[in-house]
Design a protein around this ligand. Structure first.
Ligand code: A2P
Length: 228
C-alpha cells in the first residue's frame, strides 16, 4: 500500500489515503519502483504524479500478494500474462534471478488498448537485455530465455488482439513456436483487469492447469492489477 496524507473535511484532520500497488522493482534493488496510471481527477494519482525528490509518501511495511514462485510447482516454462498496469509485478519478476534459475523459458505477454501503454514494459525488457549487473547476478546469456509478446486491441500495432483470442486460435503458440500450455511443463502468472483475469483463468483450467497457493503449490496464480 502506498499513499499520501489527505485533509479530511469532516474531522478537519489529516488522514492517510492509501492504494494497493505492485512493486515493479526487483527484490534485490535498493530503490522501489511503482508503475501507475494517472487518473486526472483521481484522489491519489492526481497528486502522486506531482511528487518530487524530498517529498514524503506513506508506504505500508508489509507487502502481500499471490504472484510468488513458491506458489508454483517446478516446471519448464513460465508464462507471465499482463494487461495494462498489470505489467508491474512482472517488471519485478523479470529482473529476479530465480525466474531464470527455475525455468528454461520465460514468456511475457502484455496486452494494452494503445501502443503508448506498452512503452514502460518494452523499456523494462530492453533494459533487461543489456543489463550487465543482471547478467552477473543471473549468468551469461540469461536473457535468451526471455520472450516478449506485446499486443494491442484498439490501436494498430504489429500484433493486434486480445491475448485470450490469440491463444484460442493458436496464433500465440504458432508465433512463439511453442506447444499450447500443459500442466506438466507450463506454469503461469496472471495480472490484469478483472474480466481478463477471469477469462484467462478459465482458459488455463481448460488446459488442465490448477491454481496454486503458498500452502499448496500448483500450476498458476492470479493477482488483480489494482487501479486507482
Ligand atoms: P479490449 O480493448 O478489447 O477491451 P483495460 O484498459 O480496460 O484494463 O484493458 C486492458 C486490455 O485488456 C485491453 O487491451 C483490453 O482489450 C483487454 N481485455 C479486457 N478484457 C479482456 C478479457 N476479458 N480478455 C482478454 N483481454 C481483455
Amino acid at each position: 500500500m502506498i499513499g499520501l496524507m489527505q485533509h479530511d473535511e469532516k474531522t478537519g484532520r489529516e488522514k492517510p489515503l492509501l492504494r494497493a500497488y505492485s512493486i515493479a522493482s526487483p527484490s534485490w534493488d535498493e530503490e522501489l519502483e511503482f508503475y501507475s496510471i494517472k487518473v486526472p481527477d483521481g484522489p491519489l494519482t492526481s497528486r502522486l504524479q506531482h511528487i518530487g525528490p524530498g517529498d514524503q509518501i506513506i508506504l505500508r511495511p508489509k507487502p502481500v500478494g499471490t504472484l510468488v514462485h513458491d506458489a508454483l510447482l517446478p516446471g519448464k516454462r513460465i508464462w507471465f500474462f499482463a494487461t495494462g498496469t498489470g505489467f508491474a509485478p512482472f517488471a519485478s519478476l523479470l529482473r529476479d534471478p530465480q525466474t531464470y534459475e527455475d525455468y528454461d523459458e520465460v514468456i511475457i505477454t502484455h496486452t494494452c488498448r494503445e501502443v503508448g501503454e506498452l512503452a514502460y514494459g518494452r523499456e523494462v525488457i530492453e533494459n533487461i537485455r543489456k543489463d550487465e549487473l543482471l547478467e552477473e547476478l543471473i549468468g551469461e546469456g540469461f536473457h535468451e530465455k526471455l520472450r516478449y509478446y506485446p499486443t494491442t486491441t484498439r490501436e494498430q500495432s504489429p500484433k493486434m488482439g486480445r491475448i485470450t483470442d490469440l491463444m484460442r486460435d493458436g496464433t500465440v503458440f504458432a508465433d512463439l513456436g511453442v506447444e499450447p500450455l500443459c500442466a506438466e511443463t507450463d506454469r503461469a502468472m496472471i495480472c490484469g483487469n478483472l474480466a481478463f483475469n477471469l477469462e484467462l483463468k478459465a482458459m488455463l483450467e481448460e488446459y488442465g492447469l490448477e491454481e496454486g497457493a503458498n500452502s499448496n503449490p500448483r500450476h498458476y496464480v492470479v493477482e488483480k492489477a489494482f487501479l486507482d
